[in-house]
Design a binder for this molecule. Structure first.
Ligand code: B12
Ligand code: SF4
Ligand code: SF4
Length: 288
């Protein structure tokens, strides 16, 4: 097994994010002049898993994802490894969204839209690197088979946010040891929940990471802070997060901003914002 491959991918990802103009909002993109120069992400965390990890088959259960889910071997028959990454939002993005608990900060909207563009670019960059080294790699999110169920509210023609996909980034990250699910449904990584996830599949044999947890929601303390921060009461201790209420809130922001949308109040000023609750923050270890 090429032992350097993991470090090489981590280094390639860190350099890409640190060196990218795309990680900074330009004056042309800025929704307000002070946002020009905003840096979206800190250094990425990478996790590695086996494409044939038996956990992926369990996701076909309707209790976890459902039969519409495609396993890594269905996306890419010769795949051997799954590479998942988490890009944590900078303090500037996170703190901006703490300023009120009713409406998303403009910086958070940039982190959703321009931030997702960088997630896609980073996945492509890692794929290209692997291909240059003679491996095959693909990105489920960019594959023509990728689907989002986009009809959660029949008859609501304006609504275009679905509830479920046939490739879930959080479930892939869970298998790759990056973190666990939470009451608010976000994945809690060692840099918290506030950030974005991406992934790719490859036939490169990469040593899988050990999962430092045994249950799918191990890191969530059920402290309830996210419940208090949600502007539409979408989260309850008994029921977790209602996708319908959350989706409506996100849709309302989309109606207000056109190309932009987001919310994420459940991911800021909470113990799981930028760390695993109750554990020391990882900020120094993962700084660029
Ligand atoms: C559809 C979607 C939405 C929908 C519905 C959300 C949903 N289903 O959770 C709406 C529009 C409401 C939404 C809202 C938001 N979203 Co969204 N969304 C997605 C999308 C495209 C697909 C989600 C999906 O397929 N879910 C599958 C279903 C089955 O997941 P689930 O029901 O939550 O799964 C539960 C079960 O599996 C259960 N479970 C039960 N038993 C077991 C056993 C095991 C072993 C496991 C593993 C799990 C498990 O645990 C899970 C949690 O309860 C993903 C991107 C992607 N392709 O993954 C982003 C994604 C989940 N969203 C994201 C974000 C950031 C948001 C928002 C904050 C919006 C914003 N940017 O401001 C909000 C709030 C979400 C939150 N609190 O985490 C991030 C989450 C990052 C993170 N740290 O987790 C993602 C991963 C996008 C990304 N690329 O980073 N989203
Ligand atoms: S705020 Fe508390 S209850 Fe909510 S997801 Fe984070 S740790 Fe869990
Ligand atoms: S659950 Fe949805 S609506 Fe509620 S705070 Fe989180 S992102 Fe906003």
């Amino acid at each position: 097994m090429p032992s350097d491959l993991k470090q090489w991918l981590e280094c390639r990802a860190a350099q890409y994010v640190a060196g990218q103009g795309a990680n900074t909002i330009t004056p042309q993109q800025a929704l307000a002049p002070p946002l020009a120069g905003l840096q979206i992400f800190d250094a990425p965390l990478l996790g590695f898993g086996r494409a044939d990890d038996p956990l992926f088959d369990t996701f076909l259960s309707p209790q976890i994802i459902g039969p519409h889910y495609l396993t890594p071997r269905q996306w890419m028959p010769g795949s051997v490894s799954v590479v998942s990454f988490f890009l944590p939002f900078t303090a500037a993005v996170r703190h901006a969204n703490r300023q009120n608990f009713s409406w998303p900060a403009l910086a958070w909207l940039h982190a959703r839209i321009e931030g997702q563009a960088l997630v896609t670019q980073l996945a492509r960059h890692l794929c290209e690197g692997l291909q240059q080294r003679g491996y095959t790699a693909m990105i489920p999110l960019l594959d023509e088979r990728f689907r989002i169920d986009d009809a959660p509210f029949p008859g609501d023609r304006q609504f275009r946010f679905g509830n479920t996909t046939n490739w879930s980034e959080r479930h892939a990250a869970y298998v790759c040891g990056l973190g666990t699910f939470s009451l608010s449904r976000a994945l809690i990584t060692r840099r918290g929940t506030a950030g974005r996830l991406g992934s790719l599949l490859t036939d490169a044999p990469i040593e899988p990471d050990e999962r430092p947890y045994h249950t799918y929601d191990a890191y969530c303390t059920r402290c309830g802070a996210c419940i208090r921060h949600c502007p539409v009461g979408a989260i309850t201790l008994q029921g977790g997060k209602s996708n319908a209420l959350c989706g409506r809130m996100v849709m309302d922001t989309n109606i207000a901003y056109g190309d932009y949308y987001g919310c994420g109040k459940c991911q800021v000023a909470v113990p799981c914002e930028s760390a695993i609750p109750g554990q020391p923050t990882d900020l120094l270890r993962s700084a660029p």
